[in-house]
Design a protein around this ligand. Structure first.
Ligand SMILES: Cc1cc2nc3c(=O)[nH]c(=O)nc-3n(C[C@H](O)[C@H](O)[C@H](O)COP(=O)(O)O)c2cc1C
Length: 168
């Protein structure tokens, strides 16, 4: 089975997790970038990004290489923004909603405090499914590394190794 790790990261924490996950699963890494970049520092980054997330915006993305036919498993990664879906991921989901129905989906979220549970709920609603194959929450894994992060990442990945074994 082929796996895509599709993610957006403003300050590198989700990117850090996405790279580890893609390495472990030998997956393709697809980084989403909005055409108009979000502010990445200062107070305004919270205001601008938070507002965009709360208002469920779907910003236009720079072209990304994702051929849906190549993948059976899609892992979506994003930072939690104002307890909402991060807008570039919303765009990706809206652009690929039809084909995502047939995929095994895992979601990994990075946050600094709280809100991930709300985001999982909102993602399930947006994707029209009751559950994901696996969910992972990390607290700023690049900026505030913790010993058990590796373990958490490994056990998230385990769910998808099994898929690979089933097919062999
Ligand atoms: C606009 C904005 C809103 C955020 N909202 C939340 C939040 O609701 N809950 C939370 O725990 N962290 C929140 N954060 C913190 C990020 O989710 C967290 O630092 C994450 O690890 C950053 O990932 P990144 O480095 O990949 O961008 C927010 C950050 C930004 C920029």
């Amino acid at each position: 089975m082929n796996t895509a790790v599709v993610f957006y990261s403003l300050n590198g924490n989700t990117k850090y997790a996405a790279q580890k996950i893609a390495d472990r699963l030998n997956a393709d890494l697809i980084e989403l970038k909005p055409k108009k970049a979000y502010r990445d520092k200062g107070f305004k980054k919270y205001f601008v990004g938070g507002k965009s997330a709360v208002f469920s915006e779907s910003p236009e993305l720079l072209p990304y290489e994702y051929n849906t036919d190549n993948y059976d498993i899609v892992l979506l990664g994003m930072p939690v923004w104002a307890r909402c879906i991060t807008p570039p991921l919303r765009t990706f989901i809206e652009e690929n909603k039809g084909s995502l129905c047939n995929k095994e989906i895992g979601v990994f979220l990075c946050q600094s405090g709280a809100g991930a549970e709300k985001v999982f709920e909102k993602l399930k609603k947006l994707l029209g499914r009751a559950s994901f194959k696996a969910e992972l929450v990390l607290i700023d894994p690049k900026d505030r590394p913790k010993k058990d992060n590796e373990e958490k990442i490994n056990s998230f990945c385990e769910n998808f190794f099994k898929e690979k074994k089933d097919v062999k």
